[in-house]
Design a protein around this ligand. Structure first.
Ligand code: TRP
Length: 334
């Protein structure tokens, strides 16, 4: 049987967080290591341009996130790793899909509405509205079966299915309809400074998130400042959102069960819990940080990985694009 194709990406729009790792990248690594899929993981630099950004920072973060992919355990021998903009088929297919996607589908997207509000009217770009179409192109180019993403991305995978279905109906069967897969737990690690919002790498305040490259001191400081409530007991209670989030993080980084954790902190207070949590998080990210620092000294290796990944991606995406162009009524180049 043909291997299932798995594809996902993260935008280099800020500091890759513990939430990105727990909710997404660790799941990709697991999938990759199961060895029964063909894997495509990429850094979505084009998506990072949809809100106001600084070109210099975009460049830095694109490389940083690429290296963090490797540091987190993505293995170029098992997964194709590349940078989205190095595969021009993504933008070309986006145009073709744009012309076949009703705008009414796009302005209802939750993420679009939220981000529009955040950036303010004059900064809502055409690109921001078009974000889901670019994402659909990302997915459809590789005949993707499974898209492992956080819960908030489910709607974007759904619209990719709808775009595929519509195109198939109008021009003949061309695209495979992808499925979203959410991680079993910890899909939503919330912000340390606001448990109502997802931990976000593009948050204004660094106290929102744990960066995978934070120093041990940063981590202790951030966790000590994390919001809690006036309750006393350290227990998993969904209604105590801030504490629940910290406990979820504890569970995710230690792999220890709820009951054991509750017993461990029975009769203890926040200060003690937070200190232990910070120690556990430091321990958890240490190998990632170490590997990253090593890769920084091996830039040639990183370049080579990304070059090989893009070459493979261009091959596969190019084939799909060729078929799509013909179906859509474009003449082959002479
Ligand atoms: N929108 C995704 C996110 O914010 C990133 C992304 C872009 C993506 N293209 C993709 C994820 C294709 C999966 C597949 O997390």
């Amino acid at each position: 049987m043909a291997k299932k194709r798995v594809l996902s990406g993260v935008a280099p729009s800020g500091n890759l967080t513990l939430g990105n790792y727990i909710g997404a990248i660790s799941q990709w690594v697991k999938k990759q290591d199961e060895g029964d899929s063909e894997n495509w993981f990429f850094v979505v630099d084009l998506h990072a341009m949809t809100v106001p950004y600084d070109p210099k920072v975009l460049k830095e973060k694109t490389i940083e996130v690429s290296m963090l992919y490797l540091a987190c355990g993505l293995d170029p021998d098992k997964s194709n790793l590349f940078i989205q903009s190095h595969v021009p088929a993504h933008t070309e297919l986006t145009w073709i899909l744009n012309c076949n996607t009703p705008v009414g589908w796009l302005n209802q997207m939750i993420q679009y509405k939220e981000k529009s509000k955040k950036v303010g009217d004059e900064n809502v770009s055409v690109g921001l509205l078009d974000y889901p179409v670019l994402q659909a192109a990302d997915i459809l180019l590789y005949n993707t079966d499974l898209v492992p993403v956080g819960e908030d991305q489910r709607q974007h995978v759904e619209i990719a299915r709808e775009i595929a279905r519509r195109f198939n109906r109008l021009y003949g069967n061309t695209f495979k309809e992808p499925k979203a897969v959410n991680p079993p737990q910890g899909a939503r690690i919330m912000a340390l400074d606001n448990p109502e919002e997802k931990m976000s790498k593009s948050a204004e305040s660094k106290y929102n998130y744990i960066w995978l490259l934070d120093t041990p001191d940063d981590i202790h400081l951030k966790i000590s400042k994390a919001v809690t409530d006036s309750g006393k007991e350290i227990v998993f209670d969904k209604d105590r959102k801030a504490l629940f989030n910290l406990l979820t993080i504890y569970q995710s980084v230690t792999g220890v069960g709820e009951q054991v954790i509750e017993e461990r902190f029975d009769g203890k207070g926040y200060a003690e819990f937070k200190k232990d949590l910070a120690d556990k998080v430091v321990e958890f990210v240490a190998p990632i940080r170490e590997k990253y620092l090593e890769l920084e000294k091996n830039y040639d290796y990183v370049r080579d990985v990304l070059k090989r990944g893009a070459a493979k991606a261009n091959e596969v995406a190019g084939e799909t694009l060729k078929k799509v162009r013909t179906r859509a009524g474009l003449i082959d180049p002479m």
